[in-house]
Design a protein around this ligand. Structure first.
Ligand code: SF4
Length: 662
C-alpha cells in the first residue's frame, strides 16, 4: 500500500509531490570543471525518475569545513556557476532541490589547513587533532552558515538543509565528548546546543521568514559518552524555536562503534529513534532515514503517526527511477548497502557510483542510444558482469541471448546472498532476471559453452564473455582429501559445521567465517541487532553452528573491504569468537586438520572437521579461448577478463562497459 508515500506533503511553504526525500550524497562531481554538466545530469535523471525533493551533497560553508578536495565551497564563483546550472536544469525538469550547508569541523579534510572544532579533541576518523575555535571564530562560523544560506536562496534553490548530524561541526558542539568548552558555547547541554540553534537562527534571518529550512541533526549519535537522549529532546525544541521548518533525524557518527548504514544493519532499524522526537518537534515534520532500502518500507513507516517524510539516499544511486519503477510495479534495482562504490569511494575522495548501477554518477554520455544496426549478441555467463552486460546490450537495442552453465542466474551473488547481511543480494539477481525478461533477452540455463559450440559462437555478431572465475587451488599435500572444500562447495548446505578452518583472509573467507559462525540469519532481526550492539538489554541469541578459525598467510584481514565496512565486519567476527591466525605457512592437510608453521616459527596442527580453501580465484580462460578459436568478435568482462583484485563493483562496471563498446 503506497498511498502514504504518494499523499504529498509540505515543508514550510514548499509543497512536495510525495513523502520520499532524496537524501544528501556527496558525488565527487561537485568540483568537476564542466560547468556543472555532470552534476546536473545526475540530479535531472532522478527528477525524471520521479524524485520529489532532493538534497544536494554537502556544500561547504567555508574552505576549512570541506570533506575533501572534491567538495565545493560556497562563495566560489565556479561552484556557484555549477550549482546554478543544477538548479536550472532540475527546475526545468520539474524537480525540487535543497542545498545542504556543510561544515565537517574535526572531520574536515581541508588542503593545507588544520581542521577546526569546538575543542582540540583528536578524531580517529580523520586522524587529526583539530584547532579549537576561539569565541570570535565560533561567531564567524555561524555567519558562514548564514551567508551560505543566502547564496542558496540567490542561486534559486527551493530550500536549505543545515547539516548537523553524522558527527560534523554542529554535532561536535552538541556532544560532551567533543565539546570541552566552558563558555557561551559549552559547559552544559544547553550551551552545547547553542551553536546549532544559533546557526538555525542566523540562517532563518538570512533567508527570510518563508524560505524552507530543514535541519539535520543526530537523533542518536551511537557514541560512548555522547549526547544523552534528554539533551537530544531539548536540542530538538531549540531548533524548532530557532526557526527550522523540518527536522531530519540522522543516526550515528563516522566514529561510532555501532554500524548504522552497513549491510548488517536491518532495514528500518533506526526509525523509532527518529519517531520518538515527534513529541519535541512542535508540530514540524520529522524526516527519518538511514537504511531504508525500498519505497514499500518507506510506506509502512509513513503509515505510522510520527514520521512525516522518509529520506532515502543510496537507493537513488542504485535506481534513478526508484520512485517511478515502484509506483508502476516495475523491477527496482535495490541498494544492497555494500557501500563499495558510494560511501567508500567518497571517503577515498573518488567519484561516487553504485555497484549494481555503474551508470550512477556517469549519466552524461551513457544514456542508451539505439545503434544504427541491431546486433546479435551472445553473453556467456550470468553473474554480475554478464547480467549487467545483457541488460545494457538489450537496452541499447541489440538482440541478446545469455548462456549460463548453472541452473540459475547470479554467479557469485548466489553464494553471497547466504551471508548474514547480504540476503538482499537475492533482490539484485531478481531485478536483473526480471529486467532481462522485460527486455526480451533469451536466457539459456544449464548451458555451458564448450568445444562443440564454435559454430554457435560464430552465429553471433558479437560475444561478451563473462564466464567468471575458478577458485584458486592449494598445492600442498592433502588438498584433495574429502574433508577439504573449495569455497563454492562450502557455501552449499550443511558443509560448515563443527570445527571449521578457513584458509584465506580475503572477502570471501570473511563471508564464509561469518556464515559459519552465525548461520543464515534473517536481515530483519531488529531485536537481535539492538541487543548485540547494546541498544537494549537482553540476552543475545547464540546460533553459531561452527567453531571457526581463519588461517592467513598475510597480516591484514579483509584488506580490500572498504573503510566504511571493514571494521564492522571484523567486529562481527570478534563477536562470534572467530579465531584468526596470521603470518602462517600451510604445510599439509590431514583428516585431523591443517598443519601449519605459525608466525613464531612453530609447527602446529590446527584441528578441523572441515577445511575450506578460500585463497583467491583465477580467471576462467576456457571460454575466451573458444571465442578466440571461433574467430568471433568478442570482449571479456569481470572475472573472465582478470581475476586479480576482482570485486562485484568491477564486474558490474565491466559488464556495462562491454555492452557500451559493442
Ligand atoms: Fe547501495 Fe552499494 Fe550501490 Fe552504494 S554501491 S548505492 S551501497 S548498492
Amino acid at each position: 500500500d503506497l498511498r502514504h508515500v504518494f499523499a504529498g506533503g509540505r515543508i514550510g511553504r514548499l509543497a512536495l509531490p510525495h513523502r520520499v526525500i532524496m537524501g544528501a550524497m556527496h558525488l565527487g562531481l561537485e568540483t568537476r570543471d564542466d560547468g556543472g554538466a555532470a552534476l546536473a545530469a545526475f540530479y535531472t535523471e532522478r527528477v525524471r525518475g520521479g524524485a520529489g525533493l532532493m538534497v544536494t551533497g554537502g556544500a561547504a560553508v567555508s574552505a576549512v569545513g570541506v570533506g575533501g578536495p572534491t567538495y565545493g565551497v560556497l562563495g566560489e564563483a565556479g561552484f556557484h556557476a555549477r550549482l546554478s546550472r543544477v538548479v536550472k536544469e532540475v527546475h526545468d525538469a520539474g524537480g525540487l532541490i535543497a542545498l545542504q550547508l556543510f561544515h565537517a569541523g574535526r572531520y574536515a579534510v581541508p588542503a593545507g589547513l588544520r581542521p577546526v572544532a569546538p575543542s582540540a579533541v583528536y578524531s580517529r576518523f580523520s586522524r587529526c587533532e583539530p584547532l579549537a575555535l576561539t569565541e570570535a571564530q565560533v561567531r564567524a562560523s555561524v555567519d558562514e552558515f548564514a551567508r551560505g544560506a543566502a547564496h542558496a536562496r540567490e542561486l534559486g534553490f527551493d530550500a536549505v538543509e543545515i547539516m548537523g548530524s553524522e558527527g560534523y561541526l554542529i554535532d561536535q558542539f552538541l556532544s560532551p565528548k567533543t565539546n570541552l568548552r566552558d563558555d557561551e558555547w559549552g559547559g552544559d547541554a544547553e550551551r552545547r546546543g547553542r551553536f546549532g540553534a544559533e546557526v538555525t537562527r542566523a540562517v532563518r534571518e538570512a533567508v527570510g521568514p518563508s524560505f524552507p529550512i530543514i535541519v539535520r541533526f543526530s537523533g542518536l549519535d551511537l557514541m560512548d559518552g555522547g549526547t544523552r537522549p534528554a539533551n537530544v529532546f531539548s536540542f530538538t525544541r531549540a531548533l524548532v524555536a530557532a526557526g527550522a521548518d523540518a527536522l531530519n533525524v540522522g543516526i550515528g557518527w563516522h566514529e561510532s562503534p555501532v554500524p548504522s548504514v552497513q549491510a548488517i544493519v536491518p532495514p528500518g532499524l533506526w526509525i523509532p529513534f527518529a519517531a520518538r522526537l515527534k513529541a519535541a518537534a512542535g508540530g514540524l515534520p520529522v524526516i527519518a532515514g538511514n537504511r531504508v532500502d525500498r519505497v514499500e518500507l518507506a510506506a509502512s513507516i509513513l503509515a505510522g503517526p510520527s514520521v512525516d517524510f522518509v529520506s532515502m539516499a543510496r537507493p537513488f544511486l542504485a535506481d534513478a527511477k526508484l520512485i517511478d519503477n515502484t509506483l508502476r510495479g516495475r523491477p527496482v534495482n535495490i541498494c544492497v548497502a555494500c557501500n563499495q562504490a558510494c560511501i567508500d569511494r567518497s571517503l577515498d575522495h573518488r567519484d561516487v557510483s553504485c555497484m549494481v548501477n555503474p551508470r550512477a554518477g556517469r549519466e552524461l554520455g551513457t544514456a542508451p542510444v539505439r545503434p544504427v544496426r541491431s546486433l546479435r549478441v551472445a553473453i556467456i555467463g550470468g553473474g554480475p558482469a554478464g547480467l549487467q552486460a545483457a541488460r545494457q546490450a538489450a537496452l541499447l537495442g541489440h538482440s541478446v541471448e545469455l548462456y549460463e552453465a548453472l541452473d540459475g542466474l547470479g554467479g557469485q551473488f548466489r553464494m553471497a546472498c547466504k551471508v548474514p547481511g547480504k540476503s538482499n543480494y537475492r533482490d539484485t539477481i531478481g531485478y536483473f532476471t526480471a529486467e532481462l525478461a522485460r527486455l526480451g533477452v533469451r536466457v539459456h540455463l544449464n548451458r555451458a559453452i564448450g568445444e562443440n559450440d564454435l559454430g554457435l559462437l560464430r552465429s553471433y555478431d558479437r560475444v561478451i564473455v563473462a564466464s567468471g572465475v575458478r577458485p584458486h587451488t592449494l598445492s600442498i599435500p592433502g588438498a584433495g582429501l574429502p574433508n577439504v572444500f573449495s569455497y563454492p562447495e562450502a557455501f552449499g548446505d550443511g558443509v560448515l559445521k563443527g570445527r571449521v578452518v578457513i584458509i584465506g583472509g580475503g572477502g570471501i573467507a570473511i563471508d564464509l567465517a561469518h556464515l559459519a559462525g552465525r548461520g543464515e540469519s534473517p536481515l530483519n532481526d531488529h531485536e537481535r541487532f539492538r541487543r548485540e550492539h547494546g541498544l537494549e538489554p537482553g540476552p543475545v541469541l547464540v546460533t553459531a553452528n561452527a567453531e571457526v578459525t581463519i588461517l592467513q598467510r598475510g597480516s591484514r584481514l579483509a584488506g580490500r573491504t572498504g573503510k566504511s565496512t571493514r571494521w564492522a565486519v571484523l567486529a562481527e567476527l570478534r563477536r562470534q569468537g572467530t579465531r584468526v591466525l596470521q603470518g602462517v605457512t600451510y604445510r599439509q592437510i590431514t583428516p585431523d586438520g591443517v598443519h601449519i608453521t605459525d608466525a613464531a616459527g612453530a609447527d602446529r596442527l590446527i584441528e578441523a572437521h572441515v577445511v575450506v580453501i578460500a585463497a583467491g580465484q583465477v580467471a576462467d580462460k576456457a571460454v575466451p579461448a573458444l571465442a578466440e578459436r571461433a574467430g568471433v568478435r568478442y570482449q571479456t568482462a569481470g572475472g573472465a577478463r582478470d581475476a586479480d583484485g576482482l570485486d562485484a563493483v568491477r564486474a558490474f562496471a565491466e559488464g556495462f562497459a562491454a555492452a557500451a563498446g559493442l
